[in-house]
Design a protein around this ligand. Structure first.
Ligand SMILES: [Zn+2]
Ligand SMILES: [Zn+2]
Length: 347
């Protein structure tokens, strides 16, 4: 079969590789679309050491049609439209023992720690498979994983129906929170970024949200203005780095300063460097910082929302490439981050 393989950082090429075998209790999926994630970009650049072992077939966001199932698989049949929850937890560590799987100390992901879905076929255990209604487009089915990140963050933060929120970072994660939040709250949603094109992309999907370019405007003053001086109930940090823009607070302090008293900050950005926090800003508000990692079964919620037409993730897609042109897809994302959000690979 054909697969897009990274053998050297910065290069992803279509190769002829061995088709995976169908193991016990496994389902073989013929992949139709896969989506390039921010983590894939980190892998592509060579930044995910020491987790990554090359050569690697990346891809943890994908969907397709069931090609074959092994004996014993009864709930999934060939021809079903499906997507794959890429998370593998150990089941033995302290977090797993209390059922808190996203905090598993040896958490692995298909497409990161082992070969993934940038390939014609992949075989995975039945437990990782989610059936997708046939009327959901193949493209949107490949975006279920990224949406699950936003649904999980909303659940972690305890987002409620009338909450006002701030999302710092209008990238892939920020937009997945935006799409998820729109199905939960009818409160005010403010999204902050330094790239006008990114803010416009978010605004074109949801005309009633508020956007602020943190380079051009003071985001705290903006939040105060929009919320009548009150501050937001929850601020999500989805930037992924700790850097400050001159004259502004770093992303995490921006979140702390944007919330109301007793508000919440939910952090998702994976920076390799420490972020400065002024503790008294947190203490005086008796605020809470909550972390959110991957997802925890939110695939069902996303699929339900897609089924009912409550989410429209296609607005995040800025390009579709053939699998053989994966390199081009990665280069667009690397070189023109202001123009591209989600790039799909058609397999
Ligand atoms: Zn991802
Ligand atoms: Zn574990």
């Amino acid at each position: 079969m054909k697969a897009a393989v990274i053998r050297k950082y910065g290069k992803i090429n279509l190769e002829e590789v061995k088709k995976p075998e169908l193991g016990k209790n496994q389902v073989m999926v013929r992949v139709k679309y896969a989506s390039i994630c921010g983590s894939d970009q980190h892998i592509f650049r060579g930044e995910f050491h020491p987790r990554i072992h090359l050569p690697l077939i990346p891809g943890h966001e994908f969907a397709g049609i069931v090609e074959d199932v092994s004996k014993g698989v009864v709930n999934i049949s060939p021809g079903d439209k499906v997507t794959v929850d890429p998370i593998i937890w150990c089941g033995k560590c302290a977090a797993c023992k209390i059922g808190h799987y996203p905090a598993c100390t040896s958490l692995k992901l298909v497409g990161i720690d082992l070969d993934g879905g940038f390939a014609e076929y992949i075989s995975v255990p039945e437990s990782m498979i989610y059936r997708v209604p046939s009327h959901v487009s193949d493209e949107n089915a490949a975006l279920i994983e990224i949406l699950s990140i936003g649904f999980h963050a909303s659940a972690r933060a305890g987002l409620e129906a009338n909450d006002d929120i701030l999302i710092v970072g209008s990238g892939k994660v920020g937009n997945s929170i935006l799409h998820a939040a729109k199905t939960i709250t009818s409160g005010k949603i403010i999204i902050a970024d330094v790239l006008d094109d990114r803010l416009e992309m978010a605004k074109s999907a949801f005309s009633d949200i508020y956007t602020v370019n943190t380079r051009k405007n003071d985001p705290i003053a903006f939040v105060k203005e929009i919320t009548g001086g009150r501050g937001v109930d929850i601020a999500f940090e989805a930037v992924g780095h700790e850097k400050e823009i001159e004259g502004r607070l770093n992303p995490i302090r921006l979140c702390i300063n944007a919330i109301r008293g007793a508000g919440k900050v939910c952090v998702l950005g994976l920076s390799d460097h420490p972020s400065e926090i002024l503790m008294k800003e947190l203490i005086w508000k008796e605020a809470r910082i909550i972390a959110s990692r991957v997802s925890h079964g939110e695939f069902s919620k996303v699929i339900e929302a897609l089924d009912k037409g409550k989410v429209h993730p296609e607005s995040m897609v800025t390009g579709i490439f053939e699998l053989k042109d994966a390199q081009k897809g990665f280069e667009f994302l690397e070189n023109e981050p202001e123009k591209h959000l989600k790039i799909l690979l058609k397999v």
